[in-house]
Design a protein around this ligand. Structure first.
Ligand code: AMP
Length: 430
C-alpha cells in the first residue's frame, strides 16, 4: 500500500456541516460591512517579500520567524530570483493595492474589506494554524477625506461590535490602547531601553535582541518568566503627546455615545510595527489560550513607508477560525437537508427523475436524486438518512398518469399530487 498523503501540518480541511457556519459568518460580515458602506477587495495570496518586511516590520515575529518565503527562480537561471511570500496578513496587500491603483483619486475614504487565507509558520495548536482565515476591513484615504479622524476608529469598532451582536456572540471584551505617534514612540523606546538595561540579561534571548533593535516588541513576549519584568516597564500612555491624547480621548467619547463597551489595556501594543495611535483587540471568553478573536489598529504612516502618498488608515483582522469556534458554542453546525428526494423506479427512469429535478429546482426547491438501480426500500432509507422532507416516487405509472406519489418522510403519509401542483405543494409544506 502506498503511504497516505495527509493535509500539511497546521493546515486543515473544512468539511460540511462546518462550512455552513463559515458561510454564515462570511454572509453576516458582508451584510454588516455593506451597511457601513464597505466594499470588497481581493488581493493575491502571493506578494513580494519586501512588502511585509517594510510594513509588518523585520523585527516582528511574523516576519523574522513565521514567513513562508522563497526565492522564485522562474525567471532566467542566471538572473537573481525575486523573493516571494505567502501573505501573513492582508493590510499590507490592501495598502499596496491602494497605492498601485491610485485609489486616493476616488471620492472620499476607501472602505475596503477582504475575506481570505493567511499563512504563518507558527506552532500549530487549537485555534492556531499555519493556514488560517481572516475577515478584515480597512478605512484609508488622503487626510482631507477624514481618514485620520477618531470618528473612523469609532466607526470600525462599532461595526465590529455590531457584527458580533448580529452573530449572537456574547462574552467579548474590547481592549483598547493608544501607541501614540512615531515621535512618542522614540521617547517611549528610549524609556524602555533605559528601563531594560539593568534587567535585560535576566530575560529570554528574543527579548535581549529586541531590547536593542526594537524594544517595543519586548511587550509582545509571552515567556512566563519575563512577565514580572515586563509588568514593571514604563507605560506608553505616559508618553503620548497632546494630539495623540486628544485623538484617543475622542475615540472613547464616541464609543461611549454609542454604548460600545471597552477596557483600556496599556500593555497592548500589537505584534506589527506599522500601528500608530489606536490599537485594539477583541477577546472571547470561550476560546482558551488563543482568546484573541480579532485585532487591529491605525496605520497612518504605512502608505508612505511603502512609497505611496500620505494616506492615514485604520483596520482590523478577525481570525475567522476563532470566530467560527466561538459561534459553534452558540449555534452547532448542521448540514441543510434537501427538500425532496426523487426515487426513480425502474430502468430508464433516471432521465425522467433528472427532468423532474430540474423543474423543482427552478422553483427554488433543493433536490437530491436517487438512482433507477435502487429498490424503493433503499431509496426511502437513503432519503430519511439525508433528512429529506419528502420522497417523490417516480415510475412508469406516475409518468403515464401525471400523478406523482409524494411521501412525507416525517409523518409517513403518502399522497398522489398532480405534477403541475408539485412545486407549490412542496414549498408550502417544507
Ligand atoms: P494579527 O494579524 O496578528 O493581528 O491577528 C488578527 C487575528 O487573526 C487574531 O486575533 C487571531 O484571531 C487571528 N490569527 C492570527 N494568527 C492566527 C493563526 N496562526 N491561526 C488562527 N488565527 C490566527
Amino acid at each position: 500500500m502506498p503511504a497516505l498523503i495527509k493535509a500539511v501540518r497546521g493546515t486543515r480541511d473544512l468539511l460540511p456541516p462546518d462550512t455552513e457556519t463559515w458561510n454564515l459568518v462570511e454572509a453576516a460580515a458582508r451584510d454588516c460591512f455593506g451597511a457601513f458602506n464597505f466594499h470588497e477587495i481581493r488581493t493575491p495570496v502571493l506578494e513580494d517579500l519586501a512588502l511585509f518586511q517594510r510594513s509588518v516590520g523585520e523585527e516582528t515575529d511574523i516576519v523574522s520567524k513565521e514567513m513562508f518565503a522563497w526565492e522564485d527562480r522562474s525567471r532566467a537561471e542566471s538572473e537573481k530570483g525575486q523573493w516571494l511570500a505567502l501573505r501573513p496578513e492582508n493590510t499590507a496587500g490592501v495598502v499596496r493595492a491602494y497605492i498601485e491603483h491610485k485609489l486616493w483619486e476616488r471620492a472620499g475614504v476607501q472602505k475596503l474589506y477582504y475575506i481570505g487565507p493567511q499563512f504563518r509558520r507558527e506552532r500549530p495548536q487549537k485555534g492556531r494554524y499555519r493556514q488560517f482565515y481572516q475577515i478584515g476591513a480597512e478605512i484609508i484615504g488622503p487626510p482631507a477625506s477624514g481618514s485620520e479622524s477618531p470618528a473612523r476608529d469609532a466607526e470600525v469598532l462599532e461595526m465590529l461590535a455590531t457584527l458580533l451582536e448580529r452573530l449572537g456572540i456574547q462574552n467579548w471584551t474590547l481592549e483598547l490602547n493608544s501607541v501614540g505617534c512615531p515621535e512618542d514612540r522614540v521617547r517611549y523606546n528610549q524609556a524602555l531601553r533605559d528601563a531594560l538595561a539593568p534587567v535585560v540579561n535576566q530575560m529570554c534571548g528574543d527579548c535581549q535582541r529586541r531590547a536593542v533593535t526594537n524594544p517595543l516588541r519586548v511587550l509582545d513576549c509571552k515567556v512566563p518568566a519575563d512577565q514580572p519584568i515586563i509588568e514593571k516597564l514604563p507605560r506608553i500612555s505616559d508618553y503620548l503627546d497632546e494630539p495623540c491624547r486628544e485623538h484617543f480621548y475622542e475615540v472613547q467619547r464616541i464609543l461611549k455615545a454609542l454604548a460600545v463597551p471597552y477596557t483600556i489595556n496599556s500593555r497592548l501594543v500589537r505584534g506589527l510595527d506599522y500601528y500608530v495611535r489606536t490599537v485594539f483587540e477583541f477577546t472571547h471568553g470561550a476560546l482558551g489560550a488563543q482568546n484573541a478573536i480579532l485585532g487591529g489598529g491605525r496605520y497612518d504612516g504605512l502608505s508612505e513607508a511603502l512609497g505611496g502618498p500620505r494616506a492615514p488608515g485604520i483596520g482590523f483582522a478577525i481570525g475567522e477560525d476563532r470566530l467560527v469556534m466561538a459561534l459553534a458554542e452558540v449555534r452547532p453546525a448542521e448540514t441543510a437537508a434537501p427538500d425532496v428526494y426523487i426515487a426513480a423506479m425502474g430502468a430508464g427512469m433516471n432521465a425522467e427523475a433528472a427532468r423532474l429535478g430540474r423543474e423543482l429546482r427552478h422553483s427554488g426547491i433543493t433536490v437530491e436524486l436517487g438512482d433507477e438501480s435502487f429498490r424503493l426500500k433503499k431509496s426511502l432509507e437513503t432519503a430519511s438518512k439525508l433528512g429529506a422532507r419528502f420522497a417523490v416516487i417516480l415510475g412508469e405509472n406516475e409518468i403515464q398518469s401525471g400523478q406523482i406519489a409524494v411521501k412525507n418522510l416525517a409523518t409517513g403519509e403518502q399522497q398522489a399530487v398532480a405534477r403541475a401542483e408539485l412545486p407549490g405543494r412542496i414549498r408550502q409544506n417544507r
